[in-house]
Design a binder for this molecule. Structure first.
Ligand code: WT7
Length: 628
């Protein structure tokens, strides 16, 4: 495959057919576009029942040589990263491939000088500064496994993730700028580190200059950099060595540390990046996600850099200093591909359209959407005001677990359809199943499943392979089960209908209801709680918590305390919009909370509860209805 990319529908459909008939030859061809120290001796070994997936077995590589060193030969002065600061009056930075290479190598030496080695876990809790990307790549350079924790998470959540992976170093910063706010990251990290015995060093980037307290294990980033040079040969990694861990929430209180490996992840993120966005040399590509999420890992850092692209990193928020900021940045850097989340579009859509129209968006060729289903209204607004009806929109369906985009159109190459993610990428075998796990054909609705591995599938959950098996491979043996429902039209386009498990997507963030309930239950006056999602104008879904108090309490005061508790235990993103005090929760006779009914109650669908007579306590329904 030349240049990794299909530029015509014809070549796309041919590739698809070839991939279905000869998957190993198909992926080997793509993997041949990269630099390997030693070629693989076997393309794939897998068994979805155990489950075990290995790609490019025996292959040796370092992903940073593919993202950095090889571009030095052809385009050392090409901009790799454009950094756009939170404050528009601060100058943007253009970091070339050769500068990025040098800074990554120096940071890698800083990590080594502080004891880091191949296989160690390094936690990164940082704002969206260039040093965050550099930290990620520096870990990869020396074969340390990075675990980026989104800088909006609380001390408790950070500590849980550090301890689960037994990280030895924490990389953080004094604080972070986000809109008009300054987040006290070091203070939060300090609190977390009171319960993280595995951390030996905490290296602190100076970003905001705010006062911070200083502990014996703390080191200043800029001082550590001065002690080392920028020559750092890449650690040679096995294709299946872990590259990173990234936590995602699940249906128990404990987050799942998804493990991605070096070879397959590199191949798939680069391949999907180039094809989906139809990136061309010298284009400027901007993904607005945070590197704390998989979107940032795959489509701000690894995918774009692997193909030598120019990728924008934005520190701020869409509403600061006003709701025109995204468009101002697009005009300023002449962005060609713009990739954001439906929740951001819905928020922007509420504001006057001249905030968009006053900026010159003529550079934009491709628009992208990720994180949740995009509703028709948001799709059409995006198409009209941002795309001016001339930019294809790629609605990209994927997950932390899949590592890269699996279902999408290719911009301008394959047909789009509003609210439909459309077709699986060549090499992806997506099917619909009925409740019994039988494949169903044609125009229908069912449970989405993937029946053949792809190179960037997560290999395990850190420290808990059994859970990996249970969550993704047990419900429908022989398939990867992502947890989403979907429908398919007569042209085989998929439309993702939403989660079929206890995960709610709030503003594009994947939140398990169980960890939130656990947090609520920590309150001394809460006996039991249940959290469900309900449709929300801007966030897509928001959270409704039903709580049973132990004593007579002021509902407002309790709600306020519970919100603070959730923010402290998980992070502000998990705070329920509504907290309803109830006397009982609808339960089955075996004592299981009927979330299906609570979801309807929270969504105001009081008349479609179905048969409630089999409940243990049908009388609670009337009380809940009355008060919500
Ligand atoms: C869940 C994964 C994909 C990276 C960011 C979120 C939902 C994601 C779409 C889309 C409909 C989508 C799914 C999925 N989702 N993209 N284009 N259309 N739903 O990653 O936090 O792992 O969440 O996000 O429900 O399972 P994540």
């Amino acid at each position: 495959m030349k240049d990794l990319v299909y530029r015509t529908a014809d070549s796309y459909y041919k590739a698809k057919q070839f991939a279905n008939e000869n998957p190993e030859a198909f992926w080997a061809d793509i993997a041949g576009n990269f630099e390997w120290h030693t070629p693989w001796d076997k393309v794939l070994e897998f068994d979805f029942l155990t489950p075990e997936v290995k790609w490019f077995l025996g292959g040796k590589l370092n992903i940073t040589e593919n993202c950095l060193d090889r571009h030095l030969k052809t385009q050392p002065n090409q901009t790799a990263i454009i950094f756009e600061p939170n404050d528009p009056s601060e100058a943007a930075q253009h970091i070339s491939y050769s500068e990025l290479h040098s800074r990554v190598c120096r940071a890698a030496n800083m990590l080594k000088a502080n004891g880091a080695k191949k296989g160690d876990r390094i936690c990164i809790y940082m704002p969206m500064t260039p040093e965050l990307a550099i930290a990620v790549l520096a870990c990869a350079r020396i074969g340390a496994i990075h675990s980026v924790v989104f800088a909006g998470f609380s001390a408790t959540a950070l500590a849980a993730r550090i301890n689960d992976a037994e990280c030895s170093i924490l990389l953080t910063s004094d604080g972070g700028f986000r809109g008009a706010k300054v987040t006290p990251l070091k203070e939060i990290a300090d609190e977390a580190l009171t319960s993280c015995p595995s951390i030996k060093n905490c290296i602190v980037l100076r970003r905001t200059g705010q006062d911070i307290s200083w502990n014996p294990i703390d080191l200043w980033w800029h001082e550590e950099l001065e002690k080392v040079n920028d020559v750092c040969p890449a650690e040679i990694m096995d294709s299946e060595d872990p590259l990173f861990i990234l936590y995602t929430s699940g249906s128990t209180g404990k987050p799942k540390g998804m493990v991605h490996t070096c070879g397959g992840y590199m191949v798939y993120t680069a391949y999907s990046f180039k094809n989906v966005f139809q990136y061309q040399k010298d284009d400027v590509y901007w993904c607005t996600a945070d590197i704390g999420w998989i979107t940032g890992h795959s489509y701000i850092i690894y995918g774009p850099l692997a193909v030598g692209a120019t990728t924008v990193m934005f520190e701020g928020v869409p509403s600061y200093p006003d709701y025109g900021r995204f468009w101002e940045v697009c005009a300023k850097h002449k962005v060609n591909q713009f990739y954001t989340a439906p929740t951001a579009i819905r928020a922007l859509q509420k504001h006057p359209t001249d905030l968009v129209e006053q900026h010159d968006l003529s550079s934009i060729k491709v628009l992208g959407s990720v994180g949740e289903p995009i509703n028709a209204e948001a799709w059409h607004w995006y198409d009209k005001y941002v795309g001016k009806h001339k930019c294809p929109i790629v609605d990209t369906w994927w997950q932390t677990e899949t590592g890269g985009i699996l279902i999408t159109s290719l911009a301008g190459v394959t047909p789009q359809k509003p609210t439909y993610a459309t077709l699986p990428m060549p090499g992806i075998q997506a099917v619909l199943l009925d409740n019994k796990g039988n494949e169903i054909e044609g125009e229908t609705e069912g449970i989405l499943a993937i029946k053949y591995p792809w190179p960037s599938i997560a290999r395990t959950i850190w420290g808990d392979h059994e859970r990996y098996k249970n969550v993704y491979f047990s419900a429908y043996p022989g398939y990867y089960f992502p947890g989403d429902g979907a429908l398919r039209d007569a042209e085989s386009n998929f439309r993702i209908t939403g989660r079929v498990d206890d995960v709610v997507i709030v503003s594009g963030h994947n939140l398990g209801t169980a960890p939130i309930e656990n947090a609520l239950n920590e309150h001394p006056h809460v006996v039991e709680s249940a959290v469900v999602g309900f449709p929300h104008d801007i966030k897509g879904n928001a959270l409704h918590a039903f709580v049973i108090p132990s004593t007579e309490v002021s509902a407002n005061k309790l709600a306020e305390e519970l919100r603070a508790l959730v923010a402290k235990t998980i992070g502000p993103i998990a705070k329920p919009d509504r907290i309803q005090v109830v006397r009982g929760l609808p339960k089955t006779r075996s004592g299981k909370i009927m979330r299906r009914i609570l979801r309807k109650l929270a969504s105001g669908e009081h008349d479609s509860l179905g048969d409630v007579s089999t409940l243990l306590n049908p009388e609670v329904i009337e009380e809940i209805k009355k008060n919500n």
